[in-house]
Write a protein that binds this ligand. Sequence first.
Ligand code: BJW
Ligand code: ZN
Length: 266
Amino acid sequence: MHRDSEQSISARLRERLKEARRVFVLTGAGVSAESGVPTFRGGGGTAVWKGMPFSVISSAEMVEQDLLEVWAWFDYRRGIVGRAQPNPAHLTLARWQDLFAEYTLATQNIDGLHQRSGSRNVLELHGSIWRARCLRCAARKDLRTKDTGERPPKCPLCGGDMRPDVVLFGEVLPADVFARAEEAARQCDICFVIGTSAIVYPAAMLPEMARGAGAFLVEINPEATPLSAICHESLRGRAGDLLPLLDRFVVQPTVGSQSEAASETR
Ligand code: BJW
Ligand code: ZN
């Protein structure tokens, strides 16, 4: 199986991977799909909570109208995410952080699975399902360690109501996080866009920026997206299958030269 699937990676992409020094990766819900976390879109469907499309329940308006229902939706999803394990896609992306001179992983996912697989300095563009934020003073609380179960949770500093610390429709992304992602996108040699429908802005601008600045753009997704038209390579398949395959073409300078030297002396 390996020889055949390796042939599905073009010579041009192998070469780019071998030479890449600065790599930027943007991930979306599809990267966690093989861990059992449902995507929002794709396959013709869309996520729904009690009859409401997620664009309604995951919106700034709903936080104002019905904060308890918003917590019920995120508590339900935290249950799913809490039971999920990182898959080979997360693990490969974590491994890559030590193989390229510069490596930036930006994710639209709020599930924390990149960090659980060992990725450091993950740029969480849309926040985290594992944090609450005070509506009054913006203080944060870690829900892994400090959740009392009270809904809405109360702020430890001012006693105000807290909300999930995620970026909902109509809300602005954390400016510092987006700025770091934008800088990495504009400077990379290769940009990977993995498991995202690439329709939510401003995250979807990042691969466009990378492409505009001269990067080689690679998409990994079983389905075509609006970005497919500007990608140099669109790999149609599951991230958990394709990333370990690509990993074979990533050069490991130190380990590689050591094992070559060892095999020469044998
Ligand atoms: C696999 C796979 C496998 C399956 N392997 N792949 C310009 C025009 C029109 C509208 C706008 C615009 N600019 C901004 C907007 C508004 C809006 C927006 O972009 N809307 C679009 C829908 C058009 N953007 C915003 O509101 C953003 N804020 C903003 O712009 O602020 C400035 C502003 C403020 C006020 C007024 C105007 C401007 C904020 C966006 C925040 C998005 N938040 C969400 C919800 C987070 C909370 C929650 O989780 O509930 O984030 S929306 C949802 O979509 C979530 C995701 O992070 C995001 C992206 O989804 P993603 O990751 O791409 O997942 P899917 O499900 O869409 O796709 C999965 C893909 O995986 C599919 O392609 C599958 O094929 C694939 N797949 N299995 C690999 N095994
Ligand atoms: Zn507070």
